[in-house]
Design a binder for this molecule. Structure first.
Ligand SMILES: Cc1cc2nc3c(=O)[nH]c(=O)nc-3n(C[C@H](O)[C@H](O)[C@H](O)COP(=O)(O)OP(=O)(O)OC[C@H]3O[C@@H](n4cnc5c(N)ncnc54)[C@H](O)[C@@H]3O)c2cc1C
Length: 319
């Protein structure tokens, strides 16, 4: 039995819950076992997860669990895993997943394999695939333990919605929150969060300074895209850390990734090379990013980007 921990935000299942569910149900079918999910806290439509191959979802709809609490969530998930005899607990490698992965594996006496980007079945055994050397190679792990807890890097596998709803079992078990108290909450609002964004406009050190970001924001606005940046840009405080993509930042898989004044170092590519279409704007024809690009514009970004924005504006006005 595979147990998927499906994350929610504002009472809705997150994209990574669908991604995990698709992967888990595919692996479960190959192993002739079942994949079920657990949702903790408020969720409007937990049955939706059925469109991604999950037959049953356990919903712990307890208001004290609406805010993430690593100890309380750990206890809920382990209680259920013990009850249903889960051999594999699958999480997303998000901030929440990272907080839970180690805790779950210690309490559940399970092997912990974190930050995988895929699973496969070979000779009846699950192989856990992990990117190594900044995504240049893949290591295949297997486990002889009876129980494994694994976390999947978001946007690692493609998935699509099918038909049908999952059976929902509502749980009203009393759960105690830990002593951890939420004192302050800073929520980024206004745009689609990077891990879920379909369109991303990203910029790097070629922008020269934070005062020049207006042209990036304008392009992102006209496209309805989320903004991102390279690591040195967030390290120097030109942009906030939550925009940093790459090996040590957020891994994304949008339909369109526009990279402006970014060289395309391997550590940057590790987080963005799963994008469907990559457009690179760089004045250096030798910039490594051009090798990974579907479309490249070799030119000065301060000329190219405003022209691109104008072209999108015209296109929008005419269509
Ligand atoms: C362990 C480790 C982890 C790392 N993790 C990450 C990570 O997660 N994400 C990440 O991004 N980096 C990461 N890095 C850093 C990475 O190696 C690069 O240094 C970084 O990505 C470079 O950022 P950049 O492309 O913005 O800047 P630069 O390398 O300085 O490139 C700027 C680019 O802008 C172009 N340019 C300049 N002016 C213009 C102009 N007027 N018009 C058009 N183009 C112009 C230049 O030709 C150049 O290609 C990591 C490094 C290490 C060692």
């Amino acid at each position: 039995m595979i147990l998927v921990f499906a994350e929610t935000k504002d009472g809705k299942l997150k994209k990574n819950a669908f991604e995990l569910s698709s992967l888990a149900s595919k692996i479960a079918a190959e192993l002739s076992t079942q994949a079920v999910a657990v949702v903790v806290g408020a969720c409007d439509q937990p049955q939706e997860i059925g469109k991604y191959g999950i037959s049953k979802v356990f919903h712990y709809d307890n208001s004290s669990l609406n805010d993430f609490d690593d100890y309380a969530y750990r206890d809920v998930i382990i209680g259920l895993a013990e009850e249903i005899g889960a051999h594999l607990i699958l999480l997303s490698h998000t901030a929440i997943g990272k907080a839970l992965c180690g805790r779950l594996s210690v309490r559940y006496k399970a092997d912990c394999i974190s930050a995988i980007n895929g699973l496969s079945v070979e000779s009846g055994q699950i192989k856990y695939i992990k990117p190594v050397f900044s995504g240049k190679a893949f290591a295949h792990y297997s486990s002889s333990a009876e129980r494994v807890v694994a976390s999947l890097i978001p946007n690692s596998v493609s998935f699509s919605a099918g038909e049908g709803n999952a059976e929902v079992e509502n749980r009203s078990d009393a759960v105690e929150r830990s002593a951890v108290e939420i004192i302050k909450r800073d929520v980024i609002s206004g745009t689609v969060p990077l891990p879920e964004a379909e369109l991303v406009v990203s910029a790097g050190r070629g922008m020269k300074g934070p005062e020049n970001w207006g042209i990036v924001d304008e392009l992102a606005d006209i496209l309805g895209a989320t903004t991102a940046c390279s690591r040195p840009v967030s390290d120097t405080g030109w942009r906030p850390h939550h925009e940093h993509v790459g090996q040590t930042g957020i891994a994304i898989r949008p339909n369109l990734y526009i990279a402006i004044g970014i060289s395309g170092a391997i550590q940057h590519l590790a987080g963005v090379n799963n994008s469907k279409v990559i457009v690179v704007i760089n004045k250096d024809a030798e910039a490594p990013f051009f090798k990974a690009a579907d479309y490249g514009v070799c030119g000065d970004l301060f000329e190219v980007v405003p022209k691109l924005t104008e072209a999108f504006k015209r296109f929008k006005a005419e269509n």
